[in-house]
Design a protein around this ligand. Sequence first.
Ligand code: TRP
Ligand code: ZN
Length: 885
Amino acid sequence: MAMRDAQARVTRLRDYRAPDFLIDRTELHFDLRPGETLVRATLALRANPGHPVRARELRLHGEGLQLRELALDGRALAPAEYSYSDGELVIPDVPAVFELSSTVAIHPEANTSLEGLYQSRGLYCTQCEAEGFRKITFYLDRPDVLSEFTTTIEADQGAFPVLLSNGNPVAEGAAPGGRHWVTWHDPFQKPAYLFALVAGDLACMEDSFTTASGRNVALRIYVEPKDLDKLDHAMYSLKQAMAWDERRFGLEYDLDIFMIVAVDDFNMGAMENKGLNIFNTSCVLAHPETTTDLGFQRVEAVVAHEYFHNWSGNRVTCRDWFQLSLKEGFTVFRDSEFSADMGSRTIKRVEDVNLLRTAQFAEDAGPTAHPVQPDAYQEISNFYTVTIYEKGAEVVRMIHTLLGPDAFRRGCDLYFERHDGAAVTIEDFVAAMAEASGRDFSQFMGWYRQAGTPRVAVRGHYDAGAQTYRLDFTQSCPPTPECADKAPFQIPIRLGLVGRNGDLPLHVSGLAEGATDIVFELTESTQSLVFERVGEAPIPSLLRGFSAPVKLAFDYDRDELVQLLRRDSDGFNRWEAGNRLAVGILQELIADDLAGRPLALDARLVEAYRELLTDPALDPALVAHILTLPGEAYLSELAEIIEVEAIHRARQFARRELAQRLRPEFEALYTGNRSAESYRANAEQIARRSLHNLALAYLLQLEVPELIDRAWQQFDQADNMTDTNAALVSLLNNPAPQAQDHAREALGRYYARWQSESLVVNQWFQMQAWCVLPGGLERVRALLAHPAFDLRNPNKVRSVIGAFSAGNPVNFHRADGAGYAFLVEQVLTLDAMNPQIAARLLTPLTRWRKYPQARAGAMRAALEQVLVVPELSKDSFEIASKALR
Ligand code: TRP
Ligand code: ZN
């Protein structure tokens, strides 16, 4: 097939057909040898009894495999009896029930795509989701073919003492030449994407967990010996997650062993392979000296996420990859509820909504927008997106809001019971929810099938004479590539009314007396809601807890926002009021900057912040979040046209003004939140450190010698990575020569101390790649030439190239377009090695339509340069071509 046709081949949901053949049992034998690995597979196949006419032609997936032997029911097939091309092995005539055995040679040591079987720092490991198993052996590599796996691994005993696969070890022995083997059996049927193998010289932390029904489960986390001291937090998080899933969802673990293996080279965060999760080291290792608070929280969330997949993904899996959000959206909802219970619910919500509104809303507004249940894809790896994960989780959260916790739980129980061991669809999930609650979800399905972020505009009318308050709602949704005309969404809007002294009791027909909170369901294009007996003109608190992933427009004036910030009973909406206040003020500053007017900061922001800074009764974590000005990425998402420099200047101006006017308050906050206790990654300490370092970040907006010295002292004396990094970042971004001298010294010391800790070196790279001072591109080019940089390691690529292009807009978008040329150069080098990572790096360029003309043109030209490369991967081809369509 011609290159272009292969690149652009589309798979469509409506073309789904059940498989022609099933694989009841899969026996694998791996002979791991330097230079060549032999994989022998014996498959017990039979024609799918569900098909009225039995298929005779067998087609198996296979990519880059060297076929050595092929036999059907023990008889070797001659070359004329099969063909192998274009990623498919075709045997034209097979019986109804038969055994197929194949031997193939593969080359894990040369596999830089990190998909299939590959090596990471000498360790053999696999990544099969979504379609990597076909790079290991010939197979029906689709999630609706479930099989019972038995896997034997043979390797050199000295170099690879630990040999792991899914399930339980059932046999082991020695082999000639100093080799050994282990056989694993997984009693649970699973699709090939959940297969895993690991072979290496690994150390292991061992613990155990007793399930609610009294079974004992061995827990093992495998790492390189040097990392054994960084596993306490992952093990603790795992046990907490296991107990939580029993309490909250009634779900127990099902095998006798649960294993996690950490690898340094990994395309994503982690992978939920049955009984043998494989993790990016960045999502499992944690130690106060090397890991920030954010890192600790990430470990907790990802360990839980992968563990929760054992039910939402593994026991009940996806019929096809269009159902990806069935497992990912649901599992993100589950891990986010877990984190909310482990720390602060309001804070977790603020963090999730920040991610959704910056990354997912931007995706939804761009050329790669797709529904939570997409209807077509070229390369499925491109669909592991914030829409599938984060918007998918929001959709599950809305079901939870509409049903309430009890009916939601009944729906989950029904779903797991009815579909255990099966490969199902998003419709099956929603049907279980509908049945358990007696509710109709037909309109709700729009959330899965239509892309785009709905806009809800609200107006309020108070009638003092009649003592009524009316809210008028209007919804609309901009067009997206797959659909121009959207049907109205079913939008749950949790809301209340705030008066002078806080929440007012709500009097609406059908609502219990005394309630201060209501979930209003907006289903039409326009709809109204009337409250009775409203004694004063209220301020509506809308979309409490961010009850739906929409853009809400209400014409609040700044005094009303200040009142909500003070009085709203909903913690999320207090933060949201502060956020709206800051957004409005920043947008005004951006407009002034563009018009060449002098900038002046609205005193109401200063006063609102002062009040927050000095009220000891407030939740410190929430205060830290409110005092963090909306980021440049969010301001860009909100903008019609992204004026990179104006946004940056306006935000810097506001930060500096706040620092100047509130300097005594920030100084008090800084000293008041220093802590002498030894480090723990608990919510209370994390909140203190975030306030302390927020104060430092504000104070270092000023070029004041004693403040700069204070940052240096913090760097010099910190006993944890959160405080170390906060000090270094504030020095790096302060233009005063004194600060820059300290920053140089600090960078040198930091590297000298941590050069053998790969994850710390990544942070060292990232902080420099993010530095906003002029000359960013030159600094990043120098980082690429640093001996610790490695283009084959995705974490390094993300820390330097990804951090720069997605997290340093003023430098990446410099006017001469050199940032774009740089990115194209890196993407093209990377595309030949690791297409999944290359395609992801293109994301910032896909947003070209939102930039002013000159930059938009240069970004488009950069994408065109990618697209003309004849041997471009399917992954990058899909992203670049969609961005240009
Ligand atoms: N299923 C993984 C998760 O928990 C995602 C994942 C891990 C993945 N590695 C991958 C997806 C490689 C695609 C390619 O979210
Ligand atoms: Zn997942």
